[in-house]
Design a protein around this ligand. Sequence first.
Ligand SMILES: Cc1cc2nc3c(=O)[nH]c(=O)nc-3n(C[C@H](O)[C@H](O)[C@H](O)COP(=O)(O)OP(=O)(O)OC[C@H]3O[C@@H](n4cnc5c(N)ncnc54)[C@H](O)[C@@H]3O)c2cc1C
Length: 453
Amino acid sequence: MTLSELTERVRGEVVVPGDDDYEAARAVHNGMIDRRPAVVVRVANTGDVMATVDYARENDLDLSIRGGGHSAPGFGTNDGGVVVDFSVMRGVRVDPASMTARAEGGVTWGDFNAATYPFGLATTGGIISTTGIAGLTLGGGVGYLTRGLGLTSDNLVSADVVTADGQFVVASETENEDLLWALRGGGGNFGVCTSFEYRLHPVKDVYWGPMFYEPEETETILSFYRDYIKDAPEEMGGFPAFQIAPPLPFIPEDRHGDMFAAIVACWSGPLEEGQRRFEAFHDVAEVKAEHVGPVPYPAINAAFDDLFPKGIRSYWKGNYVKELTDEAIAAHVAHGPKAPTASSTMHLYPVDGACHRVAPDATAFGHRDANFNMVIVSAWEDPADDEANRQWVRDYSDAITPHSEPGGYINFMGVDDDDRVPANYGGNYDRLLDVKRKYDPGNLFRMNQNIQP
Ligand SMILES: Cc1cc2nc3c(=O)[nH]c(=O)nc-3n(C[C@H](O)[C@H](O)[C@H](O)COP(=O)(O)OP(=O)(O)OC[C@H]3O[C@@H](n4cnc5c(N)ncnc54)[C@H](O)[C@@H]3O)c2cc1C
């Protein structure tokens, strides 16, 4: 297929170098990524995806799939290849009777939550509204609701998929079950998902908010959280973190720019219990600033968006954690408070509760025995600060890795983590290889945490 044949076959816009829109079309969220694909297809429907997959395969070109474009290593773009860009396929249909929603491949968590909230329904999603449902779901999916509702991928009921040979298939519990199994944690290795069907749960307004403590309290806060969360009701979600105080009204002006240890908590049980449920976070140490109270669930998904605008430069590392040992806490105490910018942090997401009730081999997600999913992320504006920011993440990661599992969450991997792929997929790697060999033996879908067939 030639480029002009591709252009004739698709309904969506085809953007190539030299077009007015090319600079925008080649960019992804991470400003560190500077790649120049040969063609970006803003697909308008599943037929466009089929045509674009055929074009990439027939011309032996790299093929990136871009949902929300948040992949830290920039898998949503490439040099000299093809991009399937879902940014205009953003429809969500909620079915309140079956408590499910079907969402197209370019839907963000902001789009999704806005569509389900009026029905008083939600599913586990990410903590930033601009992240795509696609990449997040396929890698597993953690957020405020994980302990009660499981991973996002545990709530994936079915998906519409275009496979490497350009064919359309459905992956569900009754059709291509092995493909659905692989999509629940195996990343973008198996096909292009044009839509996702999710199970929804009754969630509307939640009691939520960040609480800031002096950084000297880090050890107290992390030891407390380790013991507290083990027995906490599953409606309690959230994570400990580090945060340089942004200039926000709830923080005393003379503390703007200061480093704090933080707990961001989310109670999705009965709203009237929220205040009482947060007492433990006030008993553990003096809260220096906080912004807590009842909020619509979609609002908490956008609360930190300003810290991660499109184009901000960033660098990531992650590990699963079974036990948060005293030695691990000492490493957090040594490195966390040195976070270089207000957008740089460590989050320790609990992944117990409902996640642990799913059998380790029931889905591709390979780390059901982890209790925490940890990410260290640095984000900054000025290229002159690249090295200092990367170094903070590396030093922190080096210190914490001996106290963590060898594998980390595929969605928290950085540009230089390719050697960790088998460990990241964990206990299900061999079966993932089998499914990869069946659906994509030629490895057309290789711009990802790649399972090499
Ligand atoms: C600011 C920020 C906040 C984040 N917060 C969270 C969080 O709270 N919880 C969490 O779990 N993760 C979080 N992440 C990590 C996030 O899950 C990953 O970056 C994820 O890959 C983003 O998905 P995307 O669709 O936006 O990314 P993209 O870059 O578009 O895609 C990422 C990967 O998914 C594949 N892919 C994308 N779309 C499709 C599709 N339609 N079909 C098949 N494969 C596809 C791509 O091939 C690529 O490998 C966050 C990331 C950022 C940058």
